[in-house]
Design a binder for this molecule. Sequence first.
Ligand SMILES: Nc1ncnc2c1ncn2[C@@H]1O[C@H](COP(=O)(O)OP(=O)(O)OP(=O)(O)O)[C@@H](O)[C@H]1O
Ligand SMILES: [Mg+2]
Length: 260
Amino acid sequence: MRDYDAQPVGGIARRLAHILTARGIDPAAKLTEAAEPIPALQAAEARIPARYQAAVADHPAVVAWVHEVAQAGRPGPEGAPGIAQGRSLLIVGTTGTGKTHQAYGAVRSLLLAGVRLRWKAITAADLYAELRPRPGHDGERELMDLARCPLLIIDDLGAAKSSEWTEEITMRLVNRRYNEMLPTLVTTNLGMADLRQHIGDRVASRLTEMTDKVILDGPDRRRALAAKRRNAAAATPPAYTALAAPAAPTAVSAARRPNR
Ligand SMILES: Nc1ncnc2c1ncn2[C@@H]1O[C@H](COP(=O)(O)OP(=O)(O)OP(=O)(O)O)[C@@H](O)[C@H]1O
Ligand SMILES: [Mg+2]
């Protein structure tokens, strides 16, 4: 039988195996869909919400915290430092002062510094919504995942409606992280007195001990950004005004119109 004659399937398989072996390829090796390796930084950054993907932590206290956490990192299996125990931050400020920006900026800085980082972020409102008991959902496991995560952002603490149940959930989450001394970035619009009212005295007490307070003041950056955009638009006449009302065809252009 010549090579190009029709062959039974077994024959083709044998011949293919022969060709592969001759080329130094193991014919029995499984073909795997090897995923394109994504650098850790890219993968971790991809989880940052779009609005904060370029966030830079520029507040001196946040910069100092990033430095401290990066320094305290334990060397991991590939030599890169992993996050260890450390202090936490309570980032306080009124609406739009840049709390969430600083928190994600801090995560980005740690990633850029080469810290091997497992991190999660959740708003307090989403936390309670996610953990609400419902059939077929293991809220307990989710709570433990957040409680044990090496770095956690708890965004907007005190912004959700409180109840005995939310107090208990917050207490269990914060208490675990307090006990294990796991770095946590907490943002809130509330001062400590209001926060205590909202999340309970025992959580407030733990937060007071485990966090350094970062106060962001100044105006609402969102409104400032919107005003800047409005001013810029007012200063630049839109380029499309000439196109807005098409000119009536001139006698020449009408004369040049092709015959139908
Ligand atoms: N340091 C900064 N440099 C540039 N832009 C910033 C900075 N801080 C915040 N911003 C921008 O200002 C806006 C508001 O910031 P952010 O969402 O962090 O505010 P916030 O304090 O978390 O507000 P809220 O209390 O409503 O959650 C966003 O568009 C953000 O990208
Ligand atoms: Mg925010």
